[in-house]
Write a protein that binds this ligand. Structure first.
Ligand SMILES: [Zn+2]
Length: 247
């Protein structure tokens, strides 16, 4: 039973809310246009770790060489996880200090890094560790973490008018909404949708144009970051070279 007479409430502009999306070039993209890059040196040492582990598995059991190889693996393993944790702590500190409401997707199921299994598993581990940090830091600081449905099509919806233009191939980094003409940077648009969805400002039952989602805060005034890069919406430099504008 749906009562058609109930008006859809106007969305409130929540200044202190942020949506976070996980990307390819950047580990995290915020709805305010802050990009936290993937750390290349970390990926490198992760690959080295895999190599060392393979080498270890070939060594004869009980041999001195095996012990040596084992030690090497353990050392690098510790180094890699410390590096990662340290970087994630910096980001989660910055975000939980700056925002009152933080919206995230619980799992990255977009298959973004599909063809590179190693990178994908690294990204997944990092993402769950990052969410774990957000969980306790938001509690500490009296903030709110909103975890949203992983099936929500955050990359398909126009964050300006709510039109769903369907799936887009991964190489499409920039696109223009056919309904309202807004040009979106893929990941930033997704993180805005994640924020709006978390705040209950997206209603999938409605068709294009009937939901007044505000394209607010991109980039927000007063956004500061020590560990990320502030992108200007629609002209993200890092993405510009590989981007393919449509429409
Ligand atoms: Zn639109």
């Amino acid at each position: 039973m749906v009562d058609d007479n109930i008006p859809i409430p106007k969305p409130i502009k929540a200044k202190n809310a942020v949506g976070l999306d996980m990307g390819i070039e950047n580990f995290i993209i915020t709805s305010d246009g802050v990009l936290y890059p993937n750390q290349k040196h970390f990926i490198k040492s992760q690959k080295r770790l895999k190599r060392l582990q393979r080498r270890l598995s070939k060594k004869q059991k009980g041999s001195k060489n095996r012990e040596k190889a084992k030690l090497k693996v353990q050392k690098l393993h510790t180094k890699v996880s410390n590096q990662r944790r340290d970087y994630l702590h910096k980001i989660s500190d910055e975000i939980t200090n700056q925002y009152d409401i933080i919206c995230v997707e619980t799992l990255n199921v977009k298959g973004m890094i599909r063809n590179r299994h190693l990178s994908k598993s690294i990204a997944d581990v990092a993402w769950s560790e990052f969410i774990r940090q957000l969980e306790y830091k938001t509690k500490w600081r009296g903030k709110t973490l909103l975890k949203i449905d992983k099936w929500f099509p955050s990359s398909q919806i126009c964050s300006n008018c709510g039109a769903n233009s369907g799936k887009k191939p991964l190489h499409i980094r920039k696109w223009t909404c056919k309904e309202c003409g807004t040009t979106h940077q893929r990941d930033i648009n997704a993180s805005i949708n994640i924020r709006n969805y978390g705040l209950g400002q997206i209603d999938n039952r409605n068709t294009a144009g009937t939901v007044g989602i505000q394209a607010c805060g991109v980039p927000s005034d007063g956004v500061t970051t020590s560990y990320g890069v502030v992108a200007s919406y629609g002209s993200v430099k890092q993405e510009a070279q590989s981007s393919l504008a449509i429409g």
